[in-house]
Design a protein around this ligand. Structure first.
Ligand code: KG4
Ligand code: ZN
Length: 373
């Protein structure tokens, strides 16, 4: 009889994370060391610096996760690690460490897809509070990904079909790029979210293109966010808004911490309208495509995860639209919405139960896909 304890390790992008989760549900520890402050100096994630920081942080982060869980390494049933997708050098730090640990301990090693982890961040919390009907539709929306999946279980193992994806930028990436144009610091998504409430979306309407790579019988529910980025830039050029953005950039870089009130004094109403218009268009698009996918596969459960799932307008719009359609929608708690290792340990649970283990040949898979297209 095992203990049900899985140590999860995540290092795919800019967070070094480790967590101990019991039976895929109960989070005993969830330690995340974020590199955001360092990458913010460069306006985005710098891969070489990310690998170096993971190397520096992996040992203390894992130790802390074990200490907080209150168990010893001998009590673990397995070690789970993110195999991809992500930055090759960053993934390798977690994978090498997990391999060494699992072989040193004589415990199974489990490879987890980061995107499946994001979905399980919601499933592990929602299961107790919400009836989960299958198939369910999952929207994974972050700085690196915008994917729609249909998921269901076969003998306890989750199967995925990728029925939509962005054909260019991820939604979070578009948020960050638009924010940057407007003079906001990286990552700009959370700032855009907070500032949008102070603008008039109808004053600057943006439209997103409808993409469908599929057929009439087998449609796909795709996204494109690079057009709106260009539209924001064009709007700013047309209305001479760039000098003010440059001034904000300087102001933001000279403050260590800026409150929302401070930030608001730096924004003219027309810039707040751009933010509101951007957010309204992106949120409308994400919600409409996800609901269309759910309708197509007759799903009554939607899970939304990834960094952008923290967006308040997105949450409200999903809740409103879903309740109107009689669909249940769940989001991760804030702690589990951005990259973490609890979601990796949770996703590993059914693989553990099925004896689906990795071996010493496990390698980083930067382009790893989830499910069939
Ligand atoms: O999942 P995540 O932490 O990292 C990966 O990209 O995997 O997602 C980070 C992304 C960033 O683009 C960030 O700007 C965006 O999520 N984000 C938000 C919000 N919070 C985080 N975007 C819009 N509104 C938010 N509240
Ligand atoms: Zn992620």
């Amino acid at each position: 009889m095992g203990t049900g304890l899985i140590l999860g390790i995540e290092s795919s992008c800019d967070e070094t994370a480790a967590a101990v989760v019991r039976s895929g549900r109960e989070v005993l520890s969830n330690v995340v060391s974020s590199q955001i402050a360092m990458h913010a100096l460069y306006g985005g994630v710098v891969p070489e610096l990310a690998s170096r920081e993971h190397l520096r942080n992996i040992v203390p982060v894992v130790r802390e996760a074990m200490a907080q869980a209150g168990f010893g390494y001998a009590d673990l049933d397995a070690v789970a690690v993110t195999a991809g997708p992500g930055l090759a050098g960053a993934l390798l730090v977690g994978i090498s460490f997990a391999k060494a640990l699992s072989f040193g301990l004589g415990k199974p090693l489990i490879a987890v897809n980061h995107l499946e982890g994001h979905i399980h961040a919601v499933l592990m919390q929602a299961a107790s509070s919400m009836p989960q009907t299958e198939p369910l539709v999952a929207l994974v929306v972050s700085g690196g990904h915008t994917h729609l999946y249909v998921a269901h279980q076969v003998e306890g193992l989750w199967q995925y079909r990728n029925i939509g994806r962005t054909v260019d930028d991820a939604a979070g990436e578009a948020y960050d790029k638009a924010a940057k144009m407007l003079g906001l610091p990286y990552p700009g998504g959370p700032w855009m979210d907070r500032l949008a409430a102070f603008g008039e979306a109808a004053a600057v309407p943006f439209r997103l293109s409808e993409i469908n790579r599929g057929t009439q019988q087998e449609p796909t529910f795709d996204f494109s966010f690079s057009g709106i980025k260009t539209a924001v830039l064009r709007h700013m050029q047309l209305h001479n808004m760039q000098a003010a953005a440059e001034e904000r950039r300087r102001a933001f870089s000279s403050f260590a911490v800026l409150t929302l009130d401070d930030a608001l004094t730096l924004f003219e109403p027309s810039a707040l309208n751009v933010i509101a218009g951007f957010q309204a268009a992106v949120v409308q698009n994400l919600v409409a495509r996800t609901l269309a996918a759910a309708r197509h596969v007759s799903a009554e459960t939607i899970v939304v995860s990834g960094g952008v799932a923290a967006n308040s307008a997105l949450r409200n719009a999903f809740l409103a639209a879903a309740s109107e359609k009689g669909i249940a929608v769940s989001f991760p708690s804030p702690a589990l919405s951005t990259d973490n290792a609890a979601m990796i340990a949770a996703a590993a649970w059914s693989r553990f139960a099925h004896g689906d283990f990795a071996n010493e040949t496990l390698n980083a898979a930067p382009q790893l896909r989830l499910g069939q297209a």
